[in-house]
Design a protein around this ligand. Structure first.
Ligand SMILES: Nc1ncnc2c1ncn2[C@@H]1O[C@H](COP(=O)(O)OP(=O)(O)OP(=O)(O)O)[C@@H](O)[C@H]1O
Ligand SMILES: [Mg+2]
Length: 275
């Protein structure tokens, strides 16, 4: 993706524990950024258990798996979510041989997509939960990482484990943490501080607080209606919190603008161990 017109900044949305809100946050952050006049590509990298299509009520014709196994034009895999700049790259569910992509296939996938992706401002990768090699590598390929946790102790420990593996195996140091499903912002901040203290003490890492998204039943309604929350009810608690997060993401992109022209938006990470 090295060319002078490149302006895409890539973010992966990850978590150690499953079901913490990655897919919903990816979708709604994408929608908020699109409404802020940015071109956004949402990529479903949960290759085994794709969910974004369900959240959007879409039945995609072609998926990322077709791109890998057939001679498909990458532009034909792109599904518009909203006119004028909010698009989606769907994945298939239940294709076991493609759940775990090796490094070569991941590289091939992005080689094929590079031209398409360079036309966007934001690339958001929705990933599966956990610390599988495929997930870790996808996340290490992006310029920024948003780690989602909830105030539950198991979510904190799983989030810590994920950060530890990303750091030790891929040398990644920059992590932005979102606490989802918190009762209020204070609870979210406290959860972040616990994770921050552990990362600082045991890993020597200064992880960043991106914000808190409050627990909000309106989000469950939006899931049932297969509509982005920010389209259905932007002023509910979770909607307002996600809008603030979108502003953070915009600032993170702005900070990277000077280096964009000659940098690849996505590149394969160096793995520290070789098994
Ligand atoms: N802020 C919130 N308030 C209330 N409910 C929420 C909130 N965020 C997420 N949820 C609930 O959690 C469910 C799971 O969310 P989501 O599918 O986005 O998680 P995930 O991390 O992508 O899961 P997986 O690890 O399986 O991919 C949602 O369907 C919704 O019911
Ligand atoms: Mg998900």
């Amino acid at each position: 993706m090295a060319n002078n017109t490149n302006r895409v900044v890539s973010f992966s949305i990850v978590s150690g524990k499953g079901g913490v809100g990655k897919t919903n946050l990816a979708l709604n952050l994408g929608y908020a950024l699109y409404r802020g006049h940015h071109k956004v590509m949402l990529m479903d990298c949960d290759l085994g258990l794709a969910n974004l299509d369900v959240l959007l009520g879409l039945t995609p014709d072609k998926t990322l798996q077709d791109l890998l196994t057939q001679d498909v034009d990458p532009a034909d895999v792109v599904v518009p979510i909203e006119q004028g700049g909010f698009d989606f790259l769907p994945s298939a569910s239940g294709v076991p041989e493609l759940i775990d992509l090796d490094e070569d296939l991941q590289g091939l996938l992005f080689d094929k997509l590079n031209n398409v992706l360079s036309g966007y401002d934001f690339l958001l990768l929705d990933l599966g939960a956990g610390i599988s090699r495929t997930v870790m590598r996808f996340s290490a390929m992006t310029q920024e990482r948003i780690v989602i946790i909830t105030p539950e102790p198991t979510s904190l420990t799983d989030g810590y484990a994920m950060i530890k593996v990303m750091n030790s195996e891929h040398g990644v140091k920059n992590f932005h943490v979102v606490v989802n499903m918190a009762t209020d912002h204070e609870e979210g901040k406290r959860s972040f501080q616990r994770l921050h203290a552990a990362c600082e003490r045991f890993l020597g890492l200064d992880i960043k607080y991106a914000g808190t998204v409050r627990q909000d039943p309106t989000l469950i309604q939006a899931v049932i209606k297969q509509t982005p929350l920010l389209k259905m009810a932007p002023s509910c608690n979770a909607g307002r919190d996600i809008l603030q997060l979108a502003v953070r993401l915009k600032r993170m992109r702005d900070a990277r603008l000077p280096e964009l022209g000659d940098q690849e938006g996505l590149s394969l990470p160096q793995e520290n161990n070789t098994d």
